[in-house]
Write a protein that binds this ligand. Sequence first.
Ligand code: C5P
Length: 239
Amino acid sequence: MKQKKLLYAGKAKSVYRTDEKGKLIVEFRDDITAFDGGKKDTLKNKGSYNAEVSAFFFEYLAKNGVKTHFLGMIDERHMAVRELEMIPLEVIVRNIAAGSIVRNYPFKEGMKLDPPVIVIDYKDDSRHDPMLNDDLIIALKLATPQDLKKIKKVALLVNALLVKILARQGITLVDFKIEFGKQGKTIYLGDEVSMDSMRLWDKKTGESLDKDVYRFEKGDVMETYNRVVQRITKKAKKP
Ligand code: C5P
């Protein structure tokens, strides 16, 4: 597969056309951002860490019945994916109260949310990704009622599968954000599933093992990401 022209550059990934119809290449760059792009850095190896973990989770989810856009890795930071028409929703599943839900509502950090809470935000940086509800999603024609139902069902399945595999590594899945897209009538999990879009706590120590280390300067974020990649994929990776 040959990489062709740049289609789209986001805050941490770039998407390229290819010489094959219906297939794109996603480049995981070394850029890291937080707070709507208010904090930005470029950190060596960051792209390959996120690509490796995303590939690992996409393969695991696909084996367990989740349709994903993942087709395969081209190299450490380039992923071949199915071309999707992206749905501009940020689908967040929360198992434990942390982050914005604690800032915006009277939840205590660390409180278990059982059943898990799904929050759906409108993916629009210029509007600071405002929270939606089902009526707004339908009125804005962001998804049909049937697609919304399916998205929520798949999000909960992804949650259950991720909770299970991370628990085996001694990691608590606090929350995560995923995005979906369509090819024809079929909904696929798109984007990435990595430390940038999840909140992970060490089960024993409570240590943050995700982008919160960068957001709140809790330590060396690349040292943490490197450790998490090894822990999740169980493979040694050079620093
Ligand atoms: O900030 P908040 O607590 O709402 O984030 C919930 C989860 O969704 C976190 O794991 C965070 O990393 C992820 N998220 C994301 N991209 C956003 C907003 C949240 O990956 N734009």
